[in-house]
Ligand binder design. Structure first.
Ligand code: ADP
Length: 607
């Protein structure tokens, strides 16, 4: 009977133990779930500790984390009456019970600490808490101790057991995972933030680069961005020029924090044979100099420089410029800086190259405009005199003319007129390109302009048996415009219409006021003429473009009228558009705003 009772007791104990470990397992899985649902390390650690203290029926508990160097442990979570006084306190690894556990990575049970020399009595004295028994286990992740968990006094006064140790080790493992997760998260989060910042910077940089095509602006933008990115106050950036009439070298067009004397290298080049700057320009290899006193070939630009980063700007394998960054501290630049600056410079290189090309094109174009301007003026003078003498002859000032002579004189007059138009157009083009168009603004009634134009071309229209219709709104508002230029615009559109419309066709000139969306007037010149093929439409507003169509080529023209017209309209703040179908006709429409919206850069005289 006694043995039966013993078995029953044994079984009931086993059952109790089984129930107990089932409960513990459940709590552990809850803890693990709770941890994975947060990436906040403090919350995760508090959850682990709260459950550990609860399930092991401890009176108090603390969790300490190891610092990066593995030298100290800090109280991160403190539960129980020991209160918050311990939070943030540090214990050196190797010191006391927790220090020993951190050092050996072995759990420790010390029942009755008063007998253990490692117990730090000071903590108890500070907190007025009576520590009796301690269970302390390490938290290990990847074979490294990342912290320690410590439980104090069982509530029922019994000792800590091996079972308790095993259980607490499971909690410690969970906490270690939480720490790992949080660390990975923080690292990834930091890296991500850095990338985002880098990208943002690159994007802003790109935006700034787009802003100007001027070489100096692009270089200054690049220099400023790179210097700001590295927190520097001294730098220069230059491009290599090797023209026929310029000495090859580096033109240091962008400079910041440099002494005045360096200014001369904006105009006279820094020789490619000189210094580290020249070497990088020659070799195309970036150089990072930690200590310039040790650097070979260093030519000082300022006496304050201690370290240096010089990066070539390359396009299609060719060095086109150099970025030179300087610091007052030795060892200032890192390899990461070099990589980052190289990315920035690569990004800038396209803009720099474009600006360089643009500079060259602008230079050539200015020379051409200059030439056109002088040549046109020179032509105008003899033409005026040819025209004058032809007129005199036609008027019979040198005696009566026979029919042949009259015919010849007409041919001369017509051709001089054509030349005059061509020269005027050329002058306009050169003025427009050089931005030298001047508008004399006055109140203009578009009806007057149209009437003037129609009068002056009526003979040509009648000769070609064309029908001209006017559809002008009553009470068209006045606009602020250059009257002469308005006449030029309408004349060009109407004369194109009659030139490129076969006999018997229709030309309609209409003018409307516009209120919806845009306040102003619109003028349309429509014809039932040859029309414009889609291929030609794409080139319509380029200088000297004329259709290859024989019908068009039979008419006189320079191919400059439309591009001049478009520019003048735009200079008034208006727009020119068209619709056309080959064989059916064309309609050109321009708008003029009521309140003058002259774009910046256009010279204006108000009348
Ligand atoms: P131009 O009339 O002196 O040739 P423009 O610049 O005025 O020069 O016009 C350029 C070209 O556009 C013309 O040569 C012609 O091919 C086309 N074009 C212009 N207006 C018309 C039109 N109303 N109908 C058909 N083609 C036109």
């Amino acid at each position: 009977f006694a043995s039966q009772v013993a078995i029953a007791l044994q079984q009931s104990r086993l059952l109790q133990e089984a129930q107990q470990s089932a409960r513990q397992l459940k709590i552990l899985s809850e803890v693990s779930m709770a941890i994975s649902s947060t990436l906040n390390l403090d919350t995760a650690l508090e959850r682990v500790m709260a459950r550990a203290v609860e399930i092991l029926h401890a009176e108090a508990g603390s969790l300490l984390l190891m610092d990066q160097q593995g030298k100290h442990l800090t109280f991160e979570v403190v539960l129980g009456p020991t209160g918050n006084e311990l939070l943030g306190k540090k214990i050196a690894v190797g010191n006391g019970i927790v220090g020993t556990v951190a050092q050996t990575s072995e759990p420790l049970i010390i029942n009755d600490v008063t007998t253990d020399p490692r117990w730090m009595v000071a903590f108890d004295q500070e907190t007025e808490f009576q520590t009796k028994d301690v269970l302390c286990v390490p938290m290990v992740a990847h074979e490294r101790v990342v912290g320690v968990i410590e439980l104090i006094n069982k509530q029922d006064g019994t000792n800590f057991t091996q079972n308790d140790t095993n259980l607490l080790m499971s909690f410690a493992a969970q906490a270690a995972i939480a720490i790992e997760n949080a660390q990975i998260f923080t690292r990834v989060d930091k890296q991500l933030a850095e990338r985002v910042q880098e990208l943002q910077m690159l994007q802003m940089f790109d935006q700034d680069l787009q802003e100007s095509l001027k070489l100096e602006d692009v270089l200054n933008t690049t220099l400023t961005h790179t210097m700001d990115a590295l927190g520097l106050s001294m730098g220069v950036m230059g491009v290599i020029r090797e023209g026929q009439d310029t000495e090859p070298g580096l033109y240091l067009l962008a400079q910041r924090g440099m002494p005045m004397e360096m200014g001369r290298y904006r105009i006279d080049p820094w020789p490619l044979s000189r210094g580290i700057l020249g070497r990088v320009a020659r070799t195309g290899e970036a150089e990072l100099i930690n200590d310039i006193t040790q650097a070979k070939d260093y030519v000082p630009k300022t006496h304050r420089t201690r370290s240096l980063l010089v990066v070539p700007v390359k396009r299609e394998g060719r060095v086109i410029g150099v970025l030179n960054l300087e610091s007052t501290d030795p060892n200032y630049f890192t390899d990461d800086d070099l990589s980052f600056i190289t990315i920035l410079v690569n990004q800038a290189s396209i803009a720099i190259d474009n600006a360089r090309l643009f500079d060259k094109v602008t230079e050539a174009n200015n020379a051409k405009s200059e030439f056109m301007n002088t040549a046109s003026h020179e032509l105008k003078i003899p033409m005026t005199s040819i025209k004058g003498y032809a007129k005199l002859l036609q008027m019979g000032a040198a005696g009566t003319l026979n029919e042949k002579q009259t015919d010849f004189l007409n041919v001369i007059s017509n051709n001089v007129d054509r030349m005059d138009r061509l020269v005027s157009d050329l002058l306009d083009v050169s003025r427009i390109e050089a931005g030298r168009i001047r508008l004399e603004l006055e109140n203009v009634q578009i009806k007057d302009v149209i009437t003037d134009v129609v009068e002056s071309v009526s003979t040509q229209i009648e000769n070609k048996h064309l029908h001209l219709k006017l559809k002008l709104d009553e009470d068209l508002p006045e606009i602020r415009a250059d009257y002469g230029r308005m006449v030029q615009i309408v004349t060009n559109l109407v004369s194109n219409a009659y030139k490129y419309t076969p006999e018997g066709g229709n030309i309609t000139v209409s003018a409307h006021s516009q209120n919806s969306g845009f306040e102003g007037i619109s003028v349309t010149v429509a014809d039932t003429g040859f029309g414009i093929s889609e291929e030609d439409q794409a080139k319509l507003f380029t200088n000297f473009f004329r259709s290859g169509d024989q019908n068009i080529r039979n008419e006189p023209g320079t191919g400059l009228g439309l591009s001049i017209t478009k520019k003048i309209i735009e200079n008034h703040g208006g727009e020119l558009s068209f619709e056309s179908e080959l064989g059916k006709g064309s309609a050109f429409t321009f708008t003029m705003p009521l309140k003058s919206k002259i774009p910046p850069g256009v010279e204006v005289v108000e009348r």
